[in-house]
Structure formats: structure tokens, C-alpha cells
Design a protein around this ligand. Sequence first.
Ligand code: SF4
Length: 222
Amino acid sequence: MKGNKIGWCDMTVNPVTGCPNGCEYCYARMMNNRFKWIEEFSKPQFFQNRLKDFHTKEPMIIFIDSMSDIAHWKWGWFRETIHAIYENQQNIYLALTKNIKKFNTELRCKFSLPARLFIGATVTNNTQAQAVIDAGGADFISFEPLLERIMPEKLEQLRCKWWIVGDLTKGGKPQGVTCFQWVDDMIQHGERHNVPIFMKDSLKYIVGETFRQEFPSGWKGE
Ligand code: SF4
């Protein structure tokens, strides 16, 4: 799907639909309930034909698991997706997981990951930050929604290719949960250690003129 409200990708392509995580606020499950793409959202299914959408004319940043969690993909699904990525190396491919430990131990260590594929972990608080650190880290971190100040020693250990930060939203509206100071800590840290930060639009009114939407170098062609 081209054009999206996510903001940090150019398009979404979902080889897998469905996820057993059962997050209360899951938008993908809500959409599946409406359109009935699969019978039971908690039982993911693979749609091999969607991989042809990786074949783009222009380089794109493609989010590949907005309707699933890559840590729950079967090996065969992951293998076929990796194969399609190797055949379409004009793009950047991003996946997010709430189970980075499972991904790192069951998939990352068993496959040779393409250089254009980056796996991100979700961190909304310090407990999750520690879990990601203990699991060996991720290629990028999505702090969305940022629900508390992430301690500097944890930020230090979560240094990686890219940070995405956003406020809690409901019905698309920012809830003002994220504080300016928490984001400012991250800006200072990011600037010191060259971690680009992409802020979701939900932060615009919280951070004012420090608002930024940065990408890792080379991802946007520069
Ligand atoms: S991890 Fe994502 S796809 Fe899975 S239930 Fe949670 S919000 Fe939905």
C-alpha cells in the first residue's frame, strides 16, 4: 500500500497477516475484523503473492509487518521474504517486533539477513528498554508511544541506527502523555552519538522547534 499514516515509510507490503500478541489497541486486528482477510487474526497466514510488490520502480522504504509481528513468522515465510528482498535491493525493508528476544534467538541467528533489512524493537518504558538490551538489541528502536523518561544509561545501551519517537494517540489524536524533557534527553543523546531521530507528527506541539524527521544516511537517497 503506497501512502500511509505511519509517516516513516513510503509504503507497506504485508506478506503475513495475523498476530498472536493480542495487543489491546491493535489496529491491524480491527481492520481484519472489518474486512475478514483471514479467519482468525491470532493465527497468522502467509500470502506469497504479495512479495511481488517489492518490485518497485523507484527506491522505497517498505514496512513489511504492519499487519503482523515478524518474530511470529514461520521459517519458510521468512526465507521466501528474504529471497524476495535479495531480488529487490533497490529498497530499504523495515520490520518491527514486540518480541526481539524471540526474533534474535529464532530467526536472526539462523538466517543471513540482507543488508537492506532492518529489524526494530518497540520500547515504551524502562522495563521494555531493559528487555531489548538483554535480548542483544535491535537495528532501530520505536519509542511509540513514549510513556516515561528512558534512563540515560538505558539510552546509552540502546544506541543503534535510528530512533522513532511518538506520543500516545487515540483515534489519531495525540494524548499529550509524552513530556518535552523526555524527548529532549533523547535529542541530546542522539546528537552526541549520531543517532538520527524521526518524530511522529504527534510530537509537533510538544517539542516545538526541535521537531525533526531524520533518517539514517543513505535511506532517502542523500
Ligand atoms: S504486535 Fe502489532 S500486529 Fe500484533 S497484536 Fe500487537 S499491535 Fe497487533
